[in-house]
Design a protein around this ligand. Structure first.
Ligand code: PLP
Length: 342
């Protein structure tokens, strides 16, 4: 049976070109800061994002958590969107590792408004937690890959500055935001103190994320990475995949966006589906079931016919397009979905 795996853009496998780049990587011990390929990747990403420094880490979760550690002390408060990855999908790390409190602020389609953030910033009484960091996720995963307009990023940056907050971007899918809007990664990243980007989502590497920022804030980043067990040795083999992906796989993300758009249009015409097509700006399609069935039951029915998606709530499902699914896979997925969702 043909399987179309739309669970995540992380399910991709490295292609021949990427594997060749990995095989040819020059390596050294990166804990001694001596892996030339890692150093090159870090330099490339710092350059691309307009920051002084960048640090290669195994995962987006570790990258975000190092950022939280850099900006906060135990007892501090971190403001973020209610559906954000840092709050919902990092196993409670911010509380467990750094002893910080998270202050969720609801966004519209996952996008924070400046007034709502300002209304959530505490006034400074000693019995309150100290607000220390504002996090933005672009694109926003939970809301369906939605994009922050650049002026909103700048406006929120002003809010952060005026209230003495650090400003962190979870840019796991910054590449998608950039390709979809034509705004460069550097412009998107500019107002932020720290930026985390993932190489293992749409760009297709087996693993790896990069945290970047200016010299002062990044001073302790290597130590925290080591503390978390993220110091790796001849990891240039993986960094080479990252370099290859940045050079070769960014532009084709627009194909993933086209596939998501076709998928969303098809799904939205099915009787059991409620889908706000406006939310589908990049490669993620989130939809609700309106016929009383549970997501898990529908997913089981789809999966038994080779179409894989994931639950995003009791009656909510997420499908994500990526480089390992073709447009004809999407058409097949729609044909099958038609039999389950009408
Ligand atoms: C928005 C966002 N941030 C961070 C992460 C974490 O990345 P990782 O799975 O590499 O820890 C993800 C993973 O899907 C994500 O979607």
């Amino acid at each position: 049976m043909k399987v179309v795996d739309l669970r995540s853009d992380t399910v991709t496998r490295p292609d021949r070109g990427m594997l060749d780049a990995m095989m040819q990587a020059e390596v050294g011990d990166d804990v001694f800061n001596e892996d030339p390929t890692v150093l090159l990747l870090q330099e490339m990403v710092a350059d691309l994002l307009g920051k002084d420094e960048a640090l290669f880490v195994p995962s987006g979760t570790m990258s975000n958590q190092i950022a939280v550690a850099l900006h906060t002390r135990p007892g501090d408060e971190v403001l973020l969107e209610a559906g954000s990855h840092i709050r919902n999908y990092e196993s409670g790390a911010a509380a467990a590792l750094w002893g910080v409190q998270l202050c969720p602020v609801s966004g519209k389609r996952g996008i924070l408004a400046a007034d709502d953030v300002i209304a959530s910033i505490r006034t400074g009484y000693e019995w309150e937690p100290v607000p220390r960091l504002l996090c933005v996720e672009n694109t926003n995963n939970k809301a369906g890959g939605t994009i922050y307009p650049l002026d909103r990023i700048l406006e929120l940056g002003e809010v952060a500055k005026n209230h003495g907050l650090g400003y962190h971007l979870d840019g796991a899918r910054i590449w998608n935001a950039s390709v979809a809007t034509g705004v460069s990664e550097k412009e998107i990243a500019a107002p932020f103190d720290t930026v985390s980007v993932c190489l293992s989502k749409g760009l297709g590497t087996p693993l790896g994320s990069v945290l970047s920022g200016n010299r002062t804030i990044m001073e302790r980043a290597r130590r925290i990475r080591k503390r978390l067990g993220g110091g790796m040795r001849q990891v240039g083999i993986v960094a080479a995949a990252g370099i290859y992906a940045i050079q070769n796989n960014r532009a084709s993300l627009s194909d993933d966006h086209k596939k998501a758009s076709v998928l969303a249009t098809g799904l939205s015409s099915m009787k059991s589906v409620t889908l706000d097509i406006e939310t589908v700006e990049t490669n993620i399609v989130v939809f609700d079931l309106n016929d009383g069935r549970l997501a898990l039951d529908v997913l089981q029915a789809l999966s038994s016919k080779g179409i894989r998606m994931i639950p995003f709530g009791p009656k909510t499902i997420r499908a994500t397009t990526h480089r390992d699914v073709t447009m004809s896979d999407i058409e097949l997925a729609l044909d099958v979905a038609q039999t389950v969702l009408t």
